[in-house]
Design a protein around this ligand. Structure first.
Ligand SMILES: [Zn+2]
Length: 266
């Protein structure tokens, strides 16, 4: 598999080969100086860093850590997931819609949102939905935290969820879907299974909701995982239509544990 460690070792090997070749061949050319090697090295290292930076935004490549982005199935089943809750006002509305349509979903919750919303978390759990860990702070800078600090974030959220529902979640979704080697170390220290998505709804951005729904439905495949957010007007207004559209397309909506065949709690 094409991973960060393998790619870095390959890059170092290529860099060393180029340097050795340049030193060997360059001595035959009077115009060749050490500055040429430095320029080539700095260009390659810059390209390497840019490549690593870009891959942080593509978790499904499994480059930095193992990430599940869809279920391995031929059956027409998909999962709906909600990030960034629980939201005091919006999450109960989402739960009402799910209840009305008899659909199970997975909620990736932010730890600091739990303090005033314990009753909502209890309701999510009581109504058969799954709860996953979405960090404690959802900080914009989380990916710059040390692995110990990321781990502390995840453990704190795990602990809060466990105090409320009596279960420790095993599914973790990185904020913004951004991953890096530090996060890999943090996740590896414990038992979390990192889960992202195969269909992004873009429900947090402006745009024609009809086109968003159409785009989601067009991307449906067996095992698809759809990313939504609890708090957006799009989700509140259009979730019912989305559920209906998914079912009309012949798909069954299941919670992540059923889709992935994994335990959601320790
Ligand atoms: Zn999020």
């Amino acid at each position: 598999m094409f991973t960060f460690v393998r790619f870095s070792l390959l890059f170092l090997a290529i860099l060393m080969c180029i340097n050795l070749c340049a030193l060997a061949v360059g001595s035959h050319f009077p115009w060749f100086t050490f500055a040429h090697i430095l320029l080539a090295d700095s260009t390659m290292i810059t390209a390497y860093c840019l490549f690593l930076f870009a891959l942080a935004f593509f978790p499904c490549t499994n480059f930095y850590l193992p990430v599940i982005c869809h279920g391995q199935t031929d059956k027409p089943v998909v999962a709906i997931t909600f990030d960034d809750g629980p939201d005091t006002v919006k999450t109960p509305v989402i739960l009402d819609i799910l209840q009305k349509h008899d659909a199970q979903a997975t909620f990736f919750c932010i730890g600091m949102n739990l303090a005033r919303n314990e009753h909502i978390l209890k309701r999510i759990f009581a109504e058969g939905h799954l709860i996953g860990n979405h960090s404690y702070s959802h900080s914009n800078w989380l990916d710059l935290f040390s692995s110990a600090k990321i781990r502390a974030e995840l453990l704190k959220t795990d602990q809060l969820i466990c105090e409320i529902i009596g279960k420790r979640p095993l599914f973790f979704r990185p904020p913004f879907g951004v991953v890096n080697p530090t996060m890999n170390r943090a996740v590896n220290m414990m038992h979390w299974q990192t889960v992202c998505w195969s269909i992004r709804s873009f429900d947090t951005s402006a745009g024609n909701p009809e086109k968003k729904i159409e785009r989601i439905l067009k991307q449906l495949k067996p095992g698809a995982i759809i990313l939504l957010h609890d708090f957006t007007p799009f989700t509140e207004i259009h979730l019912a239509r989305l559920i209906t559209g998914i079912r009309e397309a012949g798909y069954t909506i299941v919670a992540l544990d059923k889709l992935l065949g994994l335990n959601p709690y320790a």
